[in-house]
Design a protein around this ligand. Structure first.
Ligand code: ZN
Length: 137
């Protein structure tokens, strides 16, 4: 008996009509009725500079896109502290003392004690922009 490849099966075994139906993606199924938030869009809508403005961070040193100042996460005692560094263009921040690192949503969530989801929604409301919802199905 020769080795059969699928094309060789008689009677057009691989005609399009006979292909198994494309798998429905069960992973996209709505589970709890909560719409999603487009985090990337939030980062564009609410830039890091706006978040620092809302926090009320007073930078000790600014050089280009880099900004250094007291850390709002571990609440630096000194106004002259430079442990907290922010890159405005990249929208990321890092503290060299307490080790916090993240984007503006994570920073907001950390300060407010929220999940990133709640933080993203709250941040949009505080900044006065429309929350970029993702429709799920
Ligand atoms: Zn810190």
């Amino acid at each position: 008996m020769p080795l059969l490849c699928f094309d060789a099966i008689a009677d057009g075994g691989l005609l399009p009509g006979r292909l198994p139906p494309k798998r429905q993606a069960p992973y996209f199924r709505k589970t709890n009725g909560m719409p999603g938030v487009d985090f990337n869009a939030v980062q564009t809508l609410v830039p890091m500079a706006k978040v620092l403005d809302l926090i009320g961070l007073v930078a000790y040193k600014v050089s280009g896109n880099q900004l250094h100042g007291p850390c709002p996460v571990h609440k630096s005692q000194s106004r002259r502290s430079r442990s907290f560094s922010v890159h405005l263009a990249r929208g990321v921040c890092k503290c060299h003392k307490c080790g916090f690192a993240g984007n503006q949503i994570q920073l907001w969530g950390k300060l407010k004690g929220m999940t990133v989801y709640d933080a993203a929604v709250d941040l949009c409301e505080q900044a006065g922009v429309q929350v970029p919802w993702i429709e799920r199905w």
